[in-house]
Ligand binder design. Sequence first.
Ligand code: FAD
Ligand code: NDP
Length: 358
Amino acid sequence: MAPPPHTKVAIIGSGPAAHTAAIYLSRAELKPVMYEGMLAGGTAAGGQLTTTTDIENYPGFAQGIGGSELMDQMRAQSERFGTEIITETITKVDLNQRPFKLWREYEDGEADEPAHTADAVIIATGANARRLALPGEETYWQNGISACAVCDGAVPIFRNKPLAVIGGGDSAAEEAMFLTKYGSHVTVLVRKDKLRASKAMAKRLLANPKVTVKFNHVAVEVQGENKPRGLMTHLKIKNVQSGAEEVMEANGLFYAVGHDPATAIFKGQVDTDEEGYIVTKPGTSYTSIPGVFAAGDVQDKRYRQAITSAGSGCIAALEAEKYLAELEDEIPLEKENQAKKPEVNGDAAPEYRSNPLL
Ligand code: FAD
Ligand code: NDP
């Protein structure tokens, strides 16, 4: 059987991080292959921005640009320089031995045969904001409900209107304070009797006169205009201690209940933190495995923006390029050393040295 196709560098993912990496790598003539996903994690190829309307904070588009349109442009730019884009989801990887191996969903061939092998891999599979599946959530999603205050807070429907945030972590605190610039007042619903946010952040939040923190409260229903594309107007909330329910005015509802990084297939191979984010060396895209790089929201729980993802995709591409160049320099040496390679417990010593870049 013919071996699977091999590429110098494979990119898994299709958001701004993946496409920026692809643009840099294809312009460097490294012929990257991108697995863009087929509704991977329930999101269309192109990533999180395909789920939203106008992007107003991505530089270069003075009048804003639709999320899907921006991603179509990035995809076209990746292809223009020669990136091979495969519309399949990667469901299994082997990053423990070289070349790295990738298996895709609905593999046609032998069960054990990978779809692709690669000398370097860029992980840019992103993350998904958690939702709460509240009654009314589907109806008013993006018509009042958002999972990103920094992205959506400035739109006119929220100006001088009462807004609500759900969550008690650093994101909730940061988003609530950010929203005070736009809304008339911000109510933060915290399901427990305490905030999870850092002490400094919690102190600032509680001291903000435009914020009310309602402890022991959860949202139970989103209510609003009963017409196509109607906006949310009210939120039914519940005191979890007394069971008492009330309906409050709210023209905006921001979820800050955490994100789930798309890292299930890398667990146990690449180091992740306790929340599942891939750990990268600060300021770089280096993971715990030499030759495996991570970019975008999959390794960033702090900023989570299109522009920061794109920036980290650029870093990953430049670092992958450097890694591949060093690997090429190393190969003749490796071949030469092969004959005299010492044996470790009867096995040949590892073929690759530890991460030369760390
Ligand atoms: P993502 O955009 O998360 O994309 C990764 C994609 O890779 C996945 O969606 C999937 O298609 C694919 N994938 C995942 N796993 C696999 C796999 N195993 N195999 C193959 N493919 C896979 N940011 C802004 O800067 N401005 C905004 O206005 C803005 N608005 C937003 C609005 C909404 C509703 C949301 C949810 C986010 C918004 N963001 C905004 C945040 C921004 O979308 C993210 O920060 C950014 O998209 C992260 O990019 P990424 O490259 O890390 O990957
Ligand atoms: P966290 O997981 O820290 O917090 C999520 C919050 O949402 C918690 O208060 C949690 O409640 C609440 N929550 C979860 N599920 C529900 C639910 N179903 N209903 C109601 N509330 C719910 O996520 P963050 O995004 O806030 O932070 C992620 C990481 O990023 C953290 O490490 C944080 O420190 C970091 N970060 C740092 C920032 C900074 O330093 N400025 C800014 C933003 C993030 P409970 O507490 O009861 O579990």
